[in-house]
Design a protein around this ligand. Sequence first.
Ligand code: ZN
Ligand code: ZN
Length: 309
Amino acid sequence: MKKPVLILLLFLIYCTRQASGQRDFSDSQITKLVLLGTGNPNPSPDHSGPALALVVNDNPYIIDFGPGLIRRAARLSPSYGGDLSGLEARNLKTAFLTHLHSDHTAGYPDLILTPWVMGRDAPLEVYGPLGTGSMTEHILEAYREDIRYRVYGDEPANDLGWRVNWHEIEKEGEIYRDSQVVVEAFPVTHGTWPNAWGFRFTTPDRVIVVSGDCRPSPKVEEYASGADILVHEVYSQAGFENRTEDWKAYHRMHHTSAPEVAGIARTARPGKLVLYHILFWGSTDTELLEEIQAVYKGPVFVGRDLDIY
Ligand SMILES: [Zn+2]
Ligand SMILES: [Zn+2]
């Protein structure tokens, strides 16, 4: 292809990206963190259920299974015009789960079944809290007829890709290692939920920490100290003030306000603070940022679905 034609083509692709609202803040060719869903239990059409994809040298790792994750991942895959081949559904083989709340697991059957239907020919490897095994076995039981029909019917389906090897996290520390990433789990406080974890991912060139769902937790500060990216959940303090007293009590125990996240970032000093699992309650991006920046002056991003960091 002639050089001017190539430049024009790249420019058009860039314009399309901008028009579609795609935001790419990544500065690594090796490690890409994709926000598949920045939402929570509220079914906002603009905020898919909580889910992230870490893509390291094209190898994908999924973190949490909020509803919509497979279609969000498909958006950035070459099959649907994207350029992250790791996010082709059939390539999704390794996944990590912070806790079993429904907003983080309603997409689990999708993660088990859709990549298999699209050709995944190896079991899904899932690392999650105690109870992951029971949830997995019950999902497989619920879809037994679908699996049977695909494997033994006329569909050219393999008999491996629907299977799940689950691994339950029992203690803090390293839970996974391969040639691309080391994953450590650390406990976080999420009300009285007994098994909620945050994760630290160390890739060849980046350290990324994910809070999961939690109220301010000392372990997050400890693990995020000096990390390149801290992805943290958040709620708007202004929005919180308008909640009923019973909801206020719930959120105070389970989640982290914007000023509290700012305090954590001020101690941990991550290269980037990325907000997800955002409870806006009527606040805008700008108002949420102002709540953070009143306390913390470092780089902070209000995450949107399909952002890349
Ligand atoms: Zn949640
Ligand atoms: Zn939760």
